[in-house]
Write a protein that binds this ligand. Structure first.
Ligand SMILES: C[S@@+](CC[C@H](N)C(=O)[O-])C[C@H]1O[C@@H](n2cnc3c(N)ncnc32)[C@H](O)[C@@H]1O
Length: 205
């Protein structure tokens, strides 16, 4: 993305889309029950999902992305939110995460999986860095139908060009993700697609 587009993405994420991140942070906490320890936000962009989770937990965070520009944005957002002592950034690709085996309690990721190639490698890396009984919560969406309707309406009015210009790669079907998870050696997982988005969850065995 160009610098001006990163700025606009950041403005939209912190403003109009803030309820979307808060919505998923609440669901992640409800599903996993993980309130403390370490969380890796993969493809974090400006850190929006992790920061929403930081507000409702005591977790420490590693904000991880391949893009130095997005990590710079995340660093500013972390500082602005007062979470510098609980967060650090790390550059890299999900297909080769520079972290030790069994080192994090929770992996979250929103809006990034459509961009990943070598999915078995990516899921295998996430599983490798998770501690036993740790959770992965990976996917995307714009919240529940009410949240989505409100944010889409504001986006259309306030940033009419944004949705036309920024299309993510299409999602694969559930079977494609299931095959990649199985190929990564992950036996127990869930892939759901409904009015709250597409989400993959699994717990390290
Ligand atoms: C659409 S943005 C989503 C950002 C943020 N998570 C959100 O929900 O707004 C996708 C992000 O995934 C990152 N990304 C894409 N492929 C990646 C990979 N293979 N490894 C790490 N990050 C990746 C991009 O750099 C980008 O910041």
């Amino acid at each position: 993305m160009k610098a001006s587009e990163v700025d606009m993405y950041n403005t939209i994420a912190l403003g109009i889309n803030a309820p979307v991140y808060a919505f998923y942070a609440g669901r992640i906490l409800q599903r996993t029950g993980i309130r403390s320890g370490s969380c890796l936000d993969v493809g974090c962009g400006g850190g929006y999902l992790g920061l929403a989770l930081a507000r409702i937990t005591d977790l420490d965070f590693i904000f991880f992305d391949q893009s130095p520009q997005m990590l710079h944005c995340a660093e500013e957002n972390i500082a602005d939110d007062g979470f510098s002592t609980r967060a650090r950034t790390m550059q890299g690709k999900v297909q080769s995460i520079p972290l030790a085996d069994s080192s994090v309690d929770l992996v979250v990721s929103r809006g990034s999986v459509p961009f990943w190639d070598q999915l078995p490698l990516a899921f295998g890396e996430i599983n490798r860095v998770l501690k036993t009984a740790g959770w992965a919560y990976i996917g995307g969406g714009l919240g529940d139908p009410e949240t989505r309707a409100a944010t889409s309406e504001r986006l259309r009015k306030e940033y009419p060009e944004w949705q036309k210009k920024h299309r993510r790669p299409p999602l694969h079907d559930n079977g494609h993700y299931a095959s990649a998870l199985t190929a990564a050696g992950i036996d127990a997982f869930s892939v759901t697609r409904n009015d709250k988005g597409m989400w993959i969850t699994f717990r390290k065995q």
